[in-house]
Ligand binder design. Structure first.
Ligand SMILES: [Zn+2]
Length: 421
C-alpha cells in the first residue's frame, strides 16, 4: 500500500491522506485567513474519496475535488453529507467576503450527485476496486467515523481514526475501542497527546458558575462555539442547568440537520428540548441580545468571522463581561491571538480585550490516556505501523509508541510518501 500525506501532519488542519494514488481520505482546510489547503498536484485525480466527518479541517475542500474531468465517488455517513453541503455553501459565501474561491455551487451539486451514503458497520466495495470500506462511530460529532479500508489483493488493512472521542459527552455515544476492527496500519489523531481532559461534571459546574456570576454582575457571557457539535453540546449543558441562551450563527442550521438524523445522537429528545427553549438571534435581534445581561452562544468557535465579532466589538472594553472559549484555538486564528496576547482583530483593527477571557475544555477529542489506550489496543492486536497525525506533538507520541510497543511509529511530514508491504 502506498500512503502519501497531503496535509494534517504536525498540525491541526487540512487533513488529507492519499492511498495508492487513487483514494483520498479526508480533504480539509485550515480555517485561517485565507484558509490553507492540502498539497495538490494535477497528477492527483482520485477515483474515490472518503470523508471521516464534517468539520472543515477534514471535509472543507472535498467539493473542490468535484471539478476534475471525472469526479470521484464520495463515501460518508448521511449526516456528514448534509453537513458538508451546508459548510461548503458557507465557504463559498465566506470566500466572497474574504476574496478566495476554491469551488462553486456547481461543485456542491456534483458532490450530492456522486456521494454514496454509508451506515456504520455496512461494508462497501469502492468504485469497482479491490478495496472494501467500513465506517464505525468515532464519538466525536454526529456522523463522525473511523475509516477501515481493506485492500483484498494485498490482504492489508488500515484504520484511520479521524477525530475520535472515547469518553462521554452529552451529544454523542462515545466510540468503543473494543469494537474496532484490527488493522495492519493505524492512523491516529494526536490533538491532545500529553494532555488529559478534566472531569466533565466538575468542568460543567465551573462553567455554569462563571456564567451566573457574569449575569449577576450585569455583564454578557459570550460563548464562541464551532457550529458543528460544540454549539449543540453547550446549549444542552446550559439547558440542563436551567439557563436560556441566545443562539446566533450557523449552529441553528446544524441543529436542524442533526434533528433529521436522530439515531446519530445520544439523546435526540434532550437536544430538541434544549433548542426548543433557546432564543434564536439574527442580525436584527443582536442589539437586543447584548443590551441586557445574557449568555450568547455564537459562531465562529475560533473567532475567525461570524457574529461573534459583533459581540466582541460590543463587549471588549467591559470588564463585567466575559468570553468563555470552549475549544482548541489553532495557530493563526483570532482565538489563539486572544489566548496568547489578549487582543482580537475586529473590522481590520486589533483591539485589546478588557472583558474576562476563560477557557473550558469541552473537547470532543480523546485525551492523552484515551489515545494511549487506543494505540495499546491496536499494537497488542497485530498493528505493525502507526502514523501519528493531526497534532502539534506527533513526534513525541510516535517516540512513546516505539518505546512502549516496539512497533513502527511514525510522525510523517506533509508531502511525505511511504510504501507499506
Ligand atoms: Zn473534528
Amino acid at each position: 500500500m502506498k500512503i502519501k500525506f497531503l496535509g494534517g501532519c504536525n498540525e491541526v488542519g487540512r487533513s488529507a491522506v492519499l492511498v495508492d494514488d487513487k483514494i483520498i481520505i479526508d480533504y480539509g482546510m485550515r480555517p485561517s485567513n485565507p484558509p490553507e489547503i492540502p498539497l495538490r498536484s494535477e497528477s492527483i485525480s482520485p477515483d474515490s474519496v472518503i470523508v471521516s466527518h464534517a468539520h472543515l479541517d477534514h471535509s472543507g475542500m472535498v467539493p473542490s475535488l468535484m471539478s476534475q474531468a471525472k469526479p470521484p465517488e464520495v463515501y460518508m455517513t448521511p449526516v456528514t453529507r448534509d453537513l458538508t453541503r451546508l459548510l461548503g455553501r458557507d465557504t463559498i459565501k465566506v470566500g466572497r467576503d474574504q476574496g478566495f474561491v476554491f469551488f462553486g455551487e456547481e461543485d456542491i451539486m456534483k458532490l450530492d450527485e456522486y456521494t454514496h451514503t454509508i451506515a456504520y458497520g455496512e461494508r462497501r466495495t469502492l468504485n469497482g476496486s479491490d478495496y472494501e470500506l467500513e465506517l464505525h462511530n468515532a464519538g466525536h460529532i454526529p456522523g463522525s467515523s473511523l475509516v477501515h479500508l481493506r485492500k483484498e489483493s494485498e490482504d492489508m488493512s488500515l484504520l484511520y481514526t479521524g477525530d475520535i472521542k472515547t469518553g462521554p459527552t452529552r451529544l454523542m455515544e462515545s466510540a468503543s475501542p473494543a469494537d474496532f476492527p484490527a488493522s495492519d496500519i493505524l492512523f491516529i489523531e494526536s490533538t491532545y497527546y500529553g494532555r488529559d481532559h478534566r472531569d466533565r461534571v466538575e468542568l460543567e459546574r465551573e462553567f455554569i458558575d462563571s456564567i451566573k456570576e457574569t449575569l449577576n454582575s450585569g455583564g454578557n457571557a459570550i460563548v464562541p462555539c464551532f457550529a458543528v457539535g460544540r454549539t449543540q453540546e453547550v446549549v444542552m449543558i446550559l439547558h440542563s442547568y436551567g439557563l436560556t441562551p441566545y443562539v446566533d450563527g450557523m449552529g441553528l442550521s446544524v441543529f436542524s440537520i442533526f434533528k433529521n438524523h436522530p439515531s446519530s445522537l445520544k439523546d435526540a429528545e434532550a437536544l430538541n428540548n434544549a433548542f426548543g427553549d433557546a432564543q434564536f438571534v439574527n442580525s436584527k435581534r443582536r442589539k437586543k441580545a447584548i443590551s441586557e445581561p445574557s449568555v450568547i452562544v455564537t459562531t465562529a468557535g475560533m473567532l475567525n468571522g461570524g457574529p461573534v465579532l459583533y459581540y466582541l466589538k460590543k463587549i471588549h472594553e467591559d470588564p463585567k463581561s466575559k468570553v468563555l472559549l470552549t475549544g482548541y484555538q489553532i495557530e493563526g486564528t483570532n482565538g489563539r491571538m486572544l489566548v496568547e496576547e489578549g487582543c482580537v482583530e475586529v473590522d481590520g483593527a486589533v483591539v485589546k480585550v478588557n472583558a474576562g477571557v476563560e477557557y473550558y475544555d469541552f473537547s470532543a477529542h480523546a485525551g492523552d490516556s484515551e489515545l494511549k489506550k487506543i494505540v495499546s489496543r491496536f499494537c497488542g492486536n497485530g498493528t505493525e505501523v502507526v502514523f501519528m497525525v493531526h497534532g502539534d506533538h506527533t513526534e513525541e507520541f510516535a517516540a512513546w509508541t516505539r518505546d512502549k510497543y516496539g512497533c513502527e511509529a511514525i510522525a510523517p511530514n506533509n508531502g511525505e510518501e511511504f510504501i507499506i508491504e
